[in-house]
Design a protein around this ligand. Structure first.
Ligand code: F7E
Length: 306
């Protein structure tokens, strides 16, 4: 991007004490030559492929682009690894969206996939490609089938952050209405930092494998809304309205994960509960808006190599 968009990593990127410093390079999952070049230059020990057009609703508007980045992009990256003659450990961000119209409850590694969006179809292609490269070329490649994971840094158009930001703006009178889609959808929402630990653990094992990462608890969008507004003592019913433009042509009604395999084989368990996570996200957005309203300038760190 030609605009500076590092705000979510600035605490690491702009920290002068970070040693070694975090380095950013240009590349694109749709540009095989950039991937080939970067791999030969960096020769990484571990690769975490989180790159995607990751918004499910948006994938219905730009299906071809989504398939290119989220599906073919994974293949390009794996091919680049192979062509460079490297054997890094490889993590693929697979998704609970693969389960889509769920075939069993809760969902685990053996549950059949039933993707319900161009995004999920692209992720299904990527999932199987990773398994195939593991089997065909002996690559240490893992799929983490991660259920929804949220945090204060979640993109603002995903439902959780959309809600917590709106709550903060409504509290300070900067917004009156929050327009949402399907309040009945249910998700297994975990805390992103916990889930990142599971990603890392997968690559520290003796053998590569695929794992479901989830909390085992399911809540509706309505429950999330109720809890978020409750934290600031505002009645959500006065502010939330339904806008059908946020409905999806095919919806994933409910997702609930069974992370027994990750628990037993990786020794992983989530630390943050649902209520604490919602409270934390709301508190963060309330604090950000308060600073803005009260005219506190944001902390500016020195630029390094934009
Ligand atoms: O929607 C409903 C919506 O966009 C959650 C991505 O990280 O997790 C994420 O996918 C639910 C859906 O996430 C609005 O219909 C209601 O049922 O926050 P979301 P997602 O689609 O579950 C998975 C694991 C991924 O892999 C994806 O990359 O909330 N919903 N009203 C709404 N959703 C949005 N975005 N906006 C609304 O106004």
């Amino acid at each position: 991007a030609s605009t500076v968009n590092t705000s979510r990593i600035d605490h690491v990127y702009r920290d002068p004490h970070e040693n070694p410093p975090l380095k950013l390079v240009y590349g694109d999952l749709n540009d095989a030559s950039s991937l080939n070049h970067l791999l030969r230059q960096i020769r990484p020990d571990e690769i975490y492929n989180l790159g995607a057009q990751s918004h499910v609703r948006v994938s219905f508007d730009i299906p071809e682009y989504t398939a290119e980045v989220s599906g073919m992009g994974t293949l390009r990256l794996l091919e680049a690894v192979r062509e460079a003659g490297l054997k890094p450990k490889f993590y693929q961000a697979s998704s609970s969206e693969l389960f889509g119209k769920v075939m069993e409850v809760p969902q685990r590694e053996t549950t059949p996939f039933y993707p319900r969006s161009p995004y999920a179809c692209a992720k299904a292609f990527a999932f199987h490609t990773v398994v195939n490269y593991r089997e065909a070329y002996g690559l240490f490649a893992c799929n983490g089938i991660l259920f929804n994971h949220e945090s204060e840094r979640r993109g603002e158009t995903f439902v959780t952050r959309k809600i917590t930001r709106a709550v903060a703006h409504i509290k300070y009178g900067l917004q009156h209405k929050l327009y949402l889609g399907n309040l009945d959808a249910q998700r297994d929402w975990g805390y992103a930092p916990d889930f990142v630990e599971a990603m890392w653990l997968m690559l520290q094992q003796e053998l590569p494998d695929d794992y479901v990462v989830a909390t085992g608890e399911m809540h509706s969008v309505r429950e999330f809304v109720e809890l978020a507004f409750e934290h600031v003592g505002i009645d959500w019913k006065r502010h939330v309205e339904i806008d059908p433009k946020y409905f999806r042509p095919t919806e994933v009604e409910q997702l609930l994960g069974d992370a027994t395999k990750a628990k037993t084989q990786l020794g992983w368990a989530p630390k943050m509960g649902f209520q604490d996570m919602v409270r934390r996200m709301v508190a963060h957005d309330v604090e950000t808006v308060r600073r803005h309203v009260e005219g506190h300038p944001p902390v500016v760190h020195e630029r390094r190599n934009d």
